[in-house]
Design a protein around this ligand. Sequence first.
Ligand code: FPP
Length: 323
Amino acid sequence: MRQNPKLWAHAKHIAFIMDGNRRYARKSSIDRQEGHLQGFNKLAETLQWCLDLGITEVTVYAFSIENFKRSKDEVDGLMHLARQKFEKLLEEKNEIMKHGVCIRVLGDLTLLPKDVQEVVADAMYISRNNTRAILNVCMAYTARHEITNAFKEVSWGVSKGLLKPSDISEEVLEKCFYTSHSPDPDLLIRTSGEVRLSDFLLWQHYSVLAFVEVLWPEYSIWHFFQGILYYQMNQKQVQLARDKRDALRLEAILESDKTEVVKMLSEENKCPEETAILPQRIAEYAAQRQKRITNFVETLDAKRTQQLLNMLPARTMSEIPTS
Ligand code: FPP
């Protein structure tokens, strides 16, 4: 059956705030850790539904920086679960490669215990070139941390002479985010009835937001379909807001380029209003700015790749060919 693209917009990227594991545990009279385990099992099930529906990118809030303030027992339990599941994933490496899934763990990974850093770095490293589907697991993540860290990266770029202060724009900041390689989610789903974002993807909020009453371990395929339908009913408004945002961004960049060129012309004792070369100078300046930004992003990516390599366990490092 031919689909009408105007009627059925397809969500490509879905984000989940998997909330309610502990309430589920209390309600079901099971251990808190068993609640988190059932939460993990629900995640695995949900990822399969996404794959079946052709949703090629999923981002989940698995552990926030705030979660480190929970009891030692609970934090240790969640870290144990993460280590165990990533180890299992590495054992089943062939499955990951067969399905072409790229796994990214996003956040301040230095805050994680060393052994968790090693397994997540390993999973990211082995799957880095896969492109069929992407799973972003946000761990030791909060949006405020992500934005603050991006400011630090940008000021590092300026201090190294890679960027001019006037190059800083929303677009450049985004290139420094942990989520820089992902588009904004089309749909963000939060379970458990809470109607807030809890410091998750605050910048990337040009998404349809769906809040569901059910606790995460109880989330069913019917809730999922309901979310998809809700997205289809509301995506048009979000797309309009995204278009408006993009137009405003472009306007701001053009304005900034013009200001810089006018400044340069005045320094050359040329009157900008009288000079016919203004459009050409602006175009040249824009090309130079773009070149600086591309070079900055490449340098930043190389720095991040090195940080990832530094986290890898010795056994994986020994398998990397030295060229
Ligand atoms: C929120 O529910 C859930 C978490 C803090 C943990 C979510 C983690 C998983 C589902 C497992 C994922 C694991 C890996 C390895 C990706 P809550 O604990 O805040 O429950 P509450 O809202 O009822 O208190």
